[in-house]
Design a protein. Structure first.
Length: 202
């Protein structure tokens, strides 16, 4: 149509900020999944252990041209925070083992530094227009989700299996950097790509 203005939508990418895990920890989570997974539990959706990470801030769909300013905000957030140590250990569920929606692995170690880092990231991104988190940050690694159609009995049975499973191994994570990650959703699951890495202040 003559005189019409043609507009182009900038490429949107689905992003989050996270701490990446060492291979040893991912391998340990893979062994845990293998121990818990059952063919009859069709109502359980497992997370690929190779893609598990500790999320600090989910950004949603953003124009790709905003990656630079987000990276700068990440650099601001890490100032004054030196490298620190975390431990991966212990199984749990949200909201409870009997009525679980999410099964998770706990995070220990220097969680005070982790919380301060997450709050700094939240504040730095708020200055760019990203909404602040309304809920308190509870660090964890999501291992599996229960599908919506699962019955109360199915949830309870799987919760009992998780409750009876020992996961006392401790996997150590030396946090030296944070990463801006891209998440591409596919029928086979999410594909994660590191876009930028920002080292902590030393």
């Amino acid at each position: 149509m003559q005189g019409a203005e043609v507009t182009h939508n900038p490429e949107q990418i689905r992003c989050f900020i996270a701490i990446e895990l060492p291979d040893e920890a991912k391998e340990g989570l893979a062994r845990l999944k293998k121990e818990l997974a059952r063919d009859e539990h069709k109502f359980v959706k497992w997370v690929d252990p190779g893609g598990i990470h500790l999320t600090l801030k989910f950004l949603g769909n953003i124009p790709s041209k905003r990656v630079t300013e987000i990276t700068e905000a990440m650099r601001t957030a890490v100032q004054g925070i030196s490298r620190f140590h975390l431990e991966i250990s212990g199984l749990g569920a949200f909201p409870s083992l009997r009525q679980a929606r999410v099964f998770l692995v706990g995070i220990g170690g220097e969680v005070d530094k982790l919380s301060r880092l997450q709050q700094n990231i939240d504040s730095a991104l708020a200055a760019l227009g990203f909404a602040k988190e309304e809920r308190s940050y509870v660090p964890h690694l999501t291992l599996a989700r229960i599908k919506q159609g699962a019955s109360p009995l199915e949830r309870r049975v799987f919760g009992e299996l998780v409750g009876a499973t020992s996961f006392e191994d401790k996997y150590h994570v030396e946090v030296e950097a944070i990463s801006l990650m891209r998440s591409q959703l596919t029928p086979a699951g999410a594909i994660y790509t590191r876009l930028m890495t920002v080292a902590l202040g030393y």
